[in-house]
Design a protein around this ligand. Structure first.
Ligand code: DOR
Ligand code: ZN
Length: 354
């Protein structure tokens, strides 16, 4: 048995408010605990988006009643909320800026709209940028100009990891995360995931080439965090004519990464660094006393959507055999997950910025 600290996922989409049939704080935080996460940071591209104090209160109210693990909520950067968003910084996980193709309404195309956010958002919390390729380079330039931390969400490309490496070497305050699906899948896997339904392969950033995937593995030391970008959409929505992009990830991330440890592609200390110490430091998250995760490192099992707590009812990793199973999660002294069951009540979770 291996004992890990309670893991932190800095990139999770609950669908509350607005689309609880995909996920809400109850199902989503159950999925988090089953996946070994005891803190999740939740994204603002809900319906309505979280962009001011009323919408932040609305989502935090739902979370306080339903969440089973601890959490904090991002505020979204809109075209004219820079001052308001900055005033909410102490109550928020951070500021999320959508600078590229995504799901939902929060997208800032024009770089003049980025300026007030970079100017005003307090520097003790990061701005998280969904920015790909050249807009990622632009976000890093903004971090340099304003001398403030920027965290690049879900990097997927060779050019991205190489630019971040160079930016770090020059002292720019940039950190980044990579998702398990960009480490374990490439665009060559899309036919297999799709199984005749092209929508299942849709995700932003898209699955990249094998060369990109290899570059991420080769530069793991540049990558600060593993984040799931858990983006649940139901199987019917994924198989529809207008499939929304996104993969669920909370319940498969740690097993896939433990499997990589069993194949000597990764070490347990990489997992602790990128799923606990680094996200804790980057997002200034508090200690969780008496909190840990127990893992049976030699247990082999098959990933199946039907075993998951997420409401989306599918996974791109269906049928994968992995070595490394989460057997128990203890959160603030209470056993929260054991032998496949969630044992803490809805409402047990706390807002870590509360
Ligand atoms: O694939 C994605 N899904 N990329 C995003 O940027 C948003 C996310 C979602 O919310 O579904
Ligand atoms: Zn996301």
């Amino acid at each position: 048995m291996i004992k890990l600290p309670g893991l932190i996922d800095p990139h999770v989409h609950m669908r509350e408010p607005g689309a609880s049939h995909k996920e809400d704080f109850d199902s989503g935080t159950s999925a988090a605990l089953a996946g070994g996460f005891t803190i999740i940071l939740t994204m603002p591209n809900t319906k309505p988006p979280i962009f001011d104090s009323d919408t932040l209160d609305m989502v935090l109210n739902a979370a306080s009643k339903k969440a089973r693990c601890d959490y904090a909520q991002f505020v979204g950067a809109g075209p004219d909320n820079a001052e308001k968003a900055a005033s909410l910084a102490d109550k928020a996980a951070g500021l999320k800026m959508y600078l590229d193709s995504t799901f939902g309404e929060l997208r800032l195309d024009d770089m003049t709209l980025w300026l007030p956010h970079f100017e005003k958002y307090p520097k003790n919390y990061p701005i998280v940028a969904h920015s790909e390729s050249r807009s990622m380079a632009a976000a890093i330039l903004f971090a340099a100009i304003y001398d403030r931390p920027v965290h690049i969400a879900h990097i997927s490309l060779k050019e991205e990891v190489l630019i971040i490496k160079a930016a770090k070497e020059h002292g720019i305050k940039v950190t980044c995360e990579v998702c398990p699906h960009h480490l374990f899948l490439s665009n060559e896997d899309i036919p297999l995931i799709s199984n005749g339904h092209a929508g299942r392969g849709e995700v932003r950033p898209r699955l990249a080439t094998k060369e990109d995937v290899d570059a991420l593995w080769k530069n793991l030391d540049v990558i600060d965090c593993f984040a799931t970008d858990h983006a649940p959409h139901t199987i019917d929505e994924k198989d529809s004519d207008n499939p929304p992009p996104g993969f669920p990830g909370l319940e498969t991330a740690l097993p896939l990464l433990l499997n990589a440890v069993s194949e000597s592609r990764l070490s347990i200390s990489d997992i602790i660094e990128k799923m606990y110490s680094n996200p804790k430091r980057i997002f200034s998250l508090p200690d969780q006393p008496e909190t840990w995760v127990e893992v049976e490192e030699n247990a082999v099992y098959e990933i199946k959507a039907e075993d998951q707590f997420s409401r989306c009812n599918w996974t791109p990793f269906e049928g994968w055999k992995v070595k490394g199973k989460i057997s128990k999660v203890v959160l603030r002294g209470e056993t929260a997950f054991e032998d496949g069951k969630i044992l803490v009540q809805a409402g047990y979770g706390r807002n870590v910025r509360g």
